[in-house]
Write a protein that binds this ligand. Structure first.
Ligand code: GDP
Length: 295
């Protein structure tokens, strides 16, 4: 995960090793390399530039050059800043409602259906909840089947109305069904398109308004880099979602999405997907991720 970024940052800090006395120039060179590493990881230019500017300011504020181990201090400053960039504290999900309704949004192929199953499985096994999965993709019968397969796999009921072409109605009926049958979580999987389009946005906005979910989660493929960030912005403008799910972190992703999304939409990354299996879900801890990146 983010191996390339880790390597590049490691190399950046090499500049500070082997020097008798570290100078302002060495620090500036290191930060330049840090910025380059972020850009290579597909972090956008402004975010990378602001990042190194903040680290520099802190380095000056803490008199890095006069400390005993300036290299280590600079690594710590970068680590703290990476943690902040990815959201600071860990963000939980709101499970207050009866039932608590969670709406999944995102493009087709982002991993929404898979993640809906993972989340249901996580809440059932780790949080002792009784979730209901809801198939609201009215365009692709295969999508409904896929959710049923997932539901069977984890032993979670799936609500669908294959003949109904109104996703608002399906979602509302599903919530009624959940209330009548003792489900305390309702996870609504919606239709995605290959790219952002008005029809899809209107539809999810209507579902969102009708069911007033406790949590609206935006699912995005981390492999798509800056596109992930742009898509997040488009969905957030419409839905004002509560959190981001980054999928496919097990792949060869450079890290740009994880590092940029929070600054662009100001919403936390709540979970990550790290594989195709139902157990491949992790709560996202910005500090642990920063720790991992800096080795
Ligand atoms: P949806 O169209 O948004 O519902 O996306 P799907 O849930 O169908 O996922 C699209 C593809 O990505 C499927 O082949 C999934 O198995 C795969 N996938 C989803 N999440 C992950 C993940 O975290 N890691 C990996 N490697 N593959 C994933």
């Amino acid at each position: 995960m983010f191996d390339n970024l880790s390597d590049k940052l490691d190399k950046a800090f090499h500049i500070l090793k082997g020097h008798g006395k570290i100078t302002e120039v060495n620090v500036a060179d290191t930060l330049k390399e840090v910025r380059r590493a972020l850009l290579d990881a597909d972090v956008n230019f402004k975010i990378a530039k602001d990042f190194t500017a903040r680290v520099k300011e802190k380095a000056i504020g803490q008199d890095v050059l006069t400390t005993l181990q300036p290299g280590q201090l600079l690594v710590k400053l970068v680590k703290d800043e990476l943690t902040e960039l990815m959201g600071g504290d860990v963000a939980g999900i709101n499970l207050q409602g009866t039932p608590s309704v969670i709406l999944m949004s995102g493009l087709q192929g982002s991993g929404k259906t898979t993640f809906s199953g993972k989340l249901a499985n996580y809440l059932q096994t780790k949080k002792n909840k009784k979730p209901l999965l809801v198939a609201c993709d009215i365009y692709r019968p295969a999508a409904i089947n896929q959710l049923h397969v997932v539901g069977d796999q984890i032993g979670v009921e799936v609500y669908s109305e294959p003949e109904n072409k109104n996703p608002v109605e399906i979602a509302q009926n599903a919530i009624k069904h959940a209330k009548a049958n003792g489900f305390n979580i309702v996870i609504v999987d919606t239709a995605g398109r290959l790219a952002v389009d008005k029809e899809m946005m209107d539809e999810i906005a209507r579902v969102h308004k009708a069911i007033q979910p406790q949590e609206t989660l935006f699912v995005v493929d981390s492999m798509t880099g800056q596109d992930a960030v742009n898509t997040a912005k488009a969905f957030n403008d419409i839905l004002n979602f509560d959190g981001v799910i980054l999928t496919k972190l097990d792949g060869d992703t450079r890290g740009g999405a994880a590092l940029s999304i929070k600054s662009v939409v100001n919403k936390p990354i709540k979970f990550v997907g790290t594989g195709e299996k139902m157990e491949a879900i992790d709560v996202f801890y910005p500090d642990r991720m920063a720790e991992r990146i800096l080795g």
